[in-house]
Design a protein around this ligand. Structure first.
Ligand SMILES: Cc1ncc(C[n+]2csc(CCOP(=O)(O)OP(=O)(O)O)c2C)c(N)n1
Ligand SMILES: [Mg+2]
Length: 337
């Protein structure tokens, strides 16, 4: 019978990188984490300045997003939720494309086939069956692409989660399900969400392996994802990865967590944030210096400055676009003279 190990897998506490990662891989993981961190921090500022709309903060989720996607090739598909809105950046998607999504500009809706990154999914878990279906379709076509879906702890209570993972398991589809367990679904704690001891335990019911990793350990996430991707590509079927951490920022810019979160716990968790931990590991290994770190940070900041400038240089869209694909026969109140 399938079993889930309740302990979290960790790598960063030790002094060796996993086999299969060169020094340049380790630095590339760092560069991607810094790019996402900078995107996120600048986005909160852009929101306060009224330059983007409501924004779902992903501060301290970078290790999950970067570690999980690193084993993918560009032919593999990523299915993000709103929490992974900027995940296309790891594939080279322009910063302004993602910023335009949060500005409500049509150019923010990229063509998924251009990047093999599906549209950002806001309804909870509805993209899980999409990922399962795409993975199954790739298998039927004899292509070896894998689909990776990201969703939260709260999503595992949704029917779509059940349907998607069950379908992928039954069809032996090459899918990887990455659950970002940040402990909260807005103001609902994970304890109020399920009686399962761990979210990975749910995998047992679908007959797929469930793996628990420290979600703040980019190398542990990478390791678990590499195994899952290899398994999927080799015909072994889907894997469920539960990346465990704690949400240390508001759910989104419209949320005030002081109403429901213990601020002392948040402070404690913030002190263990994932980029600082990885930075310290790389320095211990002699892979990262101040010069390289400053250069990586400066280049991410330049990318964000250029991204917001490019987004703001775009003319506002024609408001009629809102209705263009909504009705075959527009109702009389929308028809002009
Ligand atoms: C089907 C559906 N129901 C409710 C919502 C409202 N909603 C937006 S975010 C959210 C919480 C989801 O929490 P979780 O899955 O843990 O993801 P997280 O936001 O923590 O990354 C809810 C209920 C929604 N977007 N879609
Ligand atoms: Mg959550």
């Amino acid at each position: 019978m399938a079993q889930v190990m309740p302990e979290l897998r960790r790598v960063l506490d030790g002094d060796t990188a996993p086999d299969g990662l060169t020094e340049s891989d380790l630095l590339e993981l760092y560069r991607r984490m810094v790019l996402l961190r900078t995107y996120d921090e600048r986005s909160v500022v852009f929101h306060r300045q009224g330059r983007i709309g409501t924004y779902a903060i992903f501060w301290n989720h970078e290790a999950i997003q970067v570690g999980a996607t690193y084993p993918l090739t560009d032919d593999d598909w990523i299915f993000p939720s709103y929490r992974e809105s900027a995940i296309g950046l790891v594939r080279g998607m322009p910063v302004e494309t993602v910023l335009q999504w949060w500005r409500g500009q049509p150019s923010g809706w990229w063509n998924p086939a251009d990047w093999n990154v599906a549209s950002i999914c806001v309804p909870i878990a509805t993209h899980v069956p999409h990922a399962a279906g795409l993975a199954w379709g790739k298998k039927l076509k004899g292509e070896d692409a894998v689909a990776m879906a990201f969703f939260g702890d709260g999503a595992t209570s949704e029917g779509s989660f059940h349907e998607g993972i069950n379908f992928a398991a039954v069809m032996n589809a090459p899918a990887v399900f990455v659950c970002n367990n940040n402990g909260w679904a807005i103001s609902t704690p994970v304890e109020a969400q399920t009686r399962a001891e761990t979210l990975a335990d749910k995998a047992i019911g679908y007959g797929v392996p469930g793996v628990r990793v420290d979600g703040l350990d980019v190398l542990a996430v990478w390791e678990a994802a590499s195994e899952a991707v290899e398994r999927a590509r080799g015909g072994g079927g889907p894997t469920f990865i539960e990346a465990v951490h704690y949400r240390v920022a508001p759910h989104a810019t419209a949320d005030d967590p002081r109403a429901y979160i213990d601020p002392a716990r948040v402070e404690e968790e913030r002190a263990r944030e994932c980029l600082g931990r990885y930075d310290a590991f790389l320095r211990r290994m002699g892979v990262l210096s101040d010069v390289v770190a400053d250069d990586v940070r400066a280049s991410a900041e330049r990318a964000l400055r250029a991204g917001i400038a490019a987004a703001e240089a775009e003319p506002p869209p024609d408001p009629s676009l809102l209705f263009e694909h909504a009705y075959v026969d527009p109702p009389p109140n929308l028809r002009r003279g």
